[in-house]
Structures are given as C-alpha cells and as structure tokens.
Design a protein around this ligand. Structure first.
Ligand code: ADP
Ligand code: MG
Length: 258
C-alpha cells in the first residue's frame, strides 16, 4: 500500500500565504474529492504537490511512499508514481502521443527497476491499444502530436490515457473550472472509475458540485481559505449538491478585522 500524506502544509505565492496548515492522507484504493469555492487554494495545493517552483512551502511536509518529497523535482515525483493530471498541459508538436507515453512509461519503469531495458514496441503497442479501448479512444489519436489541436475533451482523454499507461499509485486531478464541460467531466469520471482499484488512489480537486454526479468518492473534503474545514463521506457531497457553498462561507468566514 502507498500513501500520500500532507501534514500542516503552508504555502505562499509571492509572499502571500495561500495554504494555511492543510492536512490530508490518501491511500491506494481510495477515492477522495476536495471541493471548495474558487480562490480557496485548490490549484495551489495541486501545483505544490507537483513541485511547481513558484509555490513556496513555508511549513509542513508532504510524504509519499514513506519519503518526504518536498525536495524532489516534478519529474522525480512522477517517476515515483505520483501523477498530476495537468503535468503536461502544453502541446508538444513533433512528439506523438505514442512516443510521449512510451518515453514516460520507460522512465517510470526504470525508476521502479534500474535494470529495466524498456518496454518492447509490440508490448507497448498492445498495452496502448488496450488502454485506448478501455477509454473508448480512437486509436488514430496515438499517432497525433500530443495536445496539438486537441479539443478540451481530447486533452482530458489524453491525460486519462497517460494515467492508464503510467499506473501511478496516487493520481491527483485538478479539474480547473475553465473549459470543464459536461463532456470532459464524463470522460474524467469514466476514466477514474475504469482505472481505480486497489493499486491506485485518486484525489480529485474541483469546485464543481456537478462532478459528484459522475464520480462517487468515498471521502469528501471541503476546502476553504487554505485549509480543509470539513471531511466526510458521500453525504457531505449530497449536502454540497443541495446547498452549494454558502453555508461553508457563513460557517468558516474569517472575522472582519476591526
Ligand atoms: P482555487 O483553485 O481554489 O480556485 P487557487 O489556488 O487558484 O484557488 O488560488 C488561491 C489564491 O491564490 C487566490 O487568491 C489567487 O488569486 C492566488 N494565486 C494563485 N496563483 C497565483 C499566482 N501565480 N500568483 C499570485 N497569486 C496567485
Ligand atoms: Mg483552481
């Protein structure tokens, strides 16, 4: 079993504290959702988990598979099996989806076993077609340049395909609000549902209550003002769906300074 443990995480951007002591643990086999209104620091958490240099960790720890990963590069984190869905959001003209995935897969395999010689082309092709089939993707996509001219839905599918191929132990999906249409929501949730099992844990970050119509997390956390203010099971998701975030704002609002 692998585990991502976030302890008392404080993160600043340009000197402004955004995360203010966040605690969370996600194990393989579990599906967690972090929900919260815009501007509460959800994406900041995702970028910090990835190791983005603009996000300064001023206090706290992030443990993954028994190691404190704060000093590790984004690449190292990914090779260790921590997957962040927006890790390669840019288009890479000249690099096909298949080539990109094969390179990524081989570096992950080498991280797990330094003697690994890399996956053979026939073996890779078989695996790729199998995963594309699982995600109902047109196999032609494999030969296209990564994200080059992809629609929002295609980018999402490519992300989920990457997840299927790399088999991360913990996957973090930041569903940023822009461009997340019903179609993309459905793709992400079908992918997550198809891929989750005892060997993978998922943390879905979103402000969309709607996502919960598609993904059924076992654990739901509400984030507000840089910390997790409530954690619960699926009933918390139902409450958010019915009541939105107004009650969260009222309950956890910072007192207005005199
Ligand atoms: P969420 O994903 O919950 O909507 P974010 O993590 O994107 O929230 O943002 C949290 C806060 O951090 C906001 O007040 C936002 O303006 C600020 N912020 C985010 N990114 C940056 C940045 N690169 N530079 C300065 N402030 C930022
Ligand atoms: Mg965000």
């Amino acid at each position: 079993m692998s585990e991502l443990i976030i302890k008392d995480l404080h993160v600043s951007i340009e000197g402004k504290e955004i995360l203010k002591g966040l605690n969370l643990a996600v194990k393989t086999g579990e599906v967690h959702a972090i929900m919260g209104p815009n501007g509460t620091g959800k994406s900041t958490l995702a970028y910090t988990l990835m190791g983005h240099p603009s996000y300064e960790v001023t206090q706290g720890e992030i443990w993954f598979k028994g190691e404190n990963i704060l000093t590790k590069s984004p690449d190292e984190r990914s090779r260790q099996g921590l997957f962040l869905a927006f890790q390669y959001p840019v288009s890479i003209p000249g690099v096909t989806v298949a080539n990109f995935l094969r390179t990524a897969l081989n570096s992950r395999r080498r991280a797990l076993n330094p003697a690994d010689k890399g996956i053979s082309i026939p073996e890779f092709r078989k695996m790729l077609l199998e995963k594309m089939d699982l995600l109902k993707m047109d196999s032609k996509v494999a030969g296209r340049y990564l994200n080059d001219g992809f629609s929002g839905g295609e980018k999402k599918r490519a992300e989920i395909l990457q997840m299927a191929m790399l088999k991360p132990e913990i996957a973090v999906l930041d569903e940023t609000d822009s461009g997340l249409d019903i179609d993309a929501l459905r793709i992400v949730s079908e992918g997550v549902t198809a891929l989750t099992g005892p060997d993978m844990g998922v943390l879905v970050i979103t402000h969309y209550q709607r996502l919960l119509n598609y993904i059924k997390p076992q654990y739901v956390h509400i984030m507000y003002n840089g910390i997790i203010v409530e954690s619960g099971g699926p009933t918390l998701a139902v409450k958010l769906e019915e009541q939105g975030y107004d009650w969260v704002r009222e309950k956890y609002q910072e007192p207005i300074p005199a």
